[in-house]
Design a protein around this ligand. Structure first.
Ligand code: HSE
Length: 436
């Protein structure tokens, strides 16, 4: 059978890895796919660099539209990123009947509904394993390996940059700003790390996982997104004293009234395997009703780890390209006409536990006032830690862990606590998941 022809749009870090691994493992990949997979064209604005990577035998162009317009190309790989030209290229490739492989979580989390609908209409596949947790085959696991299960929840460390920062803050007792600079120096964090540290990148990935897990459309606009910029070294220390680690988790959970979709710093028991995922590594914990808890761990970024996911998609498409479109694996795991309209819950209706750090005057009755407010809001206390005031200080920290409650009750209690004359400044709130 003649090779399937691929056009690679963008040959940066992941594109180079894709080219290299395809070449290195071409014989094994051919045996798995059933036919050879050939990169026939590469588009990159930096023509010279692209040419230096792929050599003289592959056509190199500056304009990626030449790839999507070329009738000889069967599959395009979009590694340009962003929502601008990448969106136009993907839509045009689809309307020209080409299958698409992309690592672009921002594009799919935001415009996925339009893109998947177009792909359905034109009978082509859109594959995006590389968009979530880099080399970890979590999309495949959710869409195929766990297909027997009613998924109950997913909790993932799905941003390596923030996990590196949190690990360093804990390990070295450093503040966020100091570690961020170090992460940038080491090349983990981008020069503009906003999407990483503000939780947006993790929310894109959690949105994609929520769609696949629960058979709902991608709805990034409904996700609660909170990053790690406000975390203080003291919170990480207090959490540790209470037996917890703080991780930026992407959570998608089936609740009674709808789906919780949220990204925020989270206390998790230090003895959970996932709490010990350190540095730039990623891990996703999935709870299914039949299988129980399963944990997926690996590199969430990088040239060859992400290429591993891109090539897995190429092989899948190559295997399935000749199958009747009605009987292929659906993009979002559920058949397109079987999508559910279960709503994504507003954050106020989310149920979880909380870590509260309250700066108080070291006076009689302060703790009693706080615990009364919590009791009045029907919030049950799980653990409490009161620090000795430092030498010459008149204020101290009170740390409270609560049992599970609704976010709206906690909002009300925090407002009442902050109104106490003995409480200084804002209450620090970090959500807590036992993941049991
Ligand atoms: N910026 C991401 C991270 C990698 O830090 O995990 C690509 O998704």
């Amino acid at each position: 059978m003649k090779p399937i022809k691929v056009g690679l749009m963008g040959i940066g870090t992941v594109g180079t890895g894709t080219y290299t691994v395809l070449l290195r493992n071409q014989e094994e990949i051919r045996r798995r796919a059933g036919r050879a997979i050939e990169i026939a064209m590469v588009a990159d604005l930096d023509n010279d660099r692209a040419r230096a990577i792929v050599g003289p035998d592959i056509e190199v162009v500056s304009d990626a539209f030449q790839i999507v317009d070329n009738p000889d190309i069967d599959i395009v790989i979009e590694l340009i990123g962003g929502y601008g030209v990448a969106r136009e290229l993907v839509m045009k490739a689809i309307t020209h009947g080409k299958h698409v492989v992309t690592a672009n979580k921002a594009l799919l989390a935001t415009y996925g509904t339009e893109i998947f609908r177009a792909a359905q209409e034109h009978g082509v596949m859109v594959a995006f394993e590389a968009a979530v947790a880099g080399g970890i085959p979590i999309i495949k696991a959710l869409r195929e390996g766990l297909t027997a299960n009613r998924i109950q929840w997913i909790a993932g460390i799905i941003n390596g940059t923030t996990n590196f920062i949190l690990s360093e803050m804990r390990d070295k007792g450093l503040d966020f700003d100091v570690v961020l600079k170090e992460a940038q120096r080491l090349g983990y964090a981008e020069a503009d790390p906003t999407f990483d540290i503000e939780g947006v990148d993790a929310a894109h990935k959690a949105t994609l996982m929520s769609a696949i897990a629960f058979g709902i459309p991608v709805q990034f606009d409904k996700a609660h997104v909170e990053g790690i910029t406000k975390l203080q070294a003291s919170d990480i220390r207090y959490a540790e004293q209470l037996g917890y680690r703080i991780k930026l988790l992407g959570i998608a959970r089936r609740a009674e009234q709808g789906i919780e979709l949220r990204v925020h710093p989270t206390l998790i028991p230090a003895n959970r395997l996932i709490a010990n995922v350190e540095g730039a590594m990623n891990a996703v914990l999935v709870q299914g009703d039949a299988v129980g808890a399963t944990l997926y761990y690996g590199k969430g970024a990088g040239s060859e780890p992400t290429a591993s996911a891109v090539i897995a998609d190429l092989v899948d498409i190559t295997r399935l390209a000749t199958a009747d479109p009605e009987h292929r694996v659906p993009y979002l795991a559920f058949q397109p006409d079987e999508m559910s309209d279960t709503p994504i819950l507003p954050m106020t209706d989310v149920t979880t536990s909380y870590y509260l750090r309250i700066r108080v005057a070291d006076k009689l009755g302060v703790v009693a006032d706080i615990t009364r407010i919590l009791a009045d809001s029907a919030i049950s206390i799980d653990a409490m830690l009161q620090k000795e005031p430092g030498e010459g200080e008149t204020q101290t920290d009170v740390i409270i862990l609560t049992h599970a409650t609704k976010e709206k009750h906690v909002n009300k209690a925090i407002a009442a606590i902050e109104a106490l004359s003995t409480v200084a400044g804002e209450v620090t709130r970090i959500r807590l998941e036992s993941l049991s």
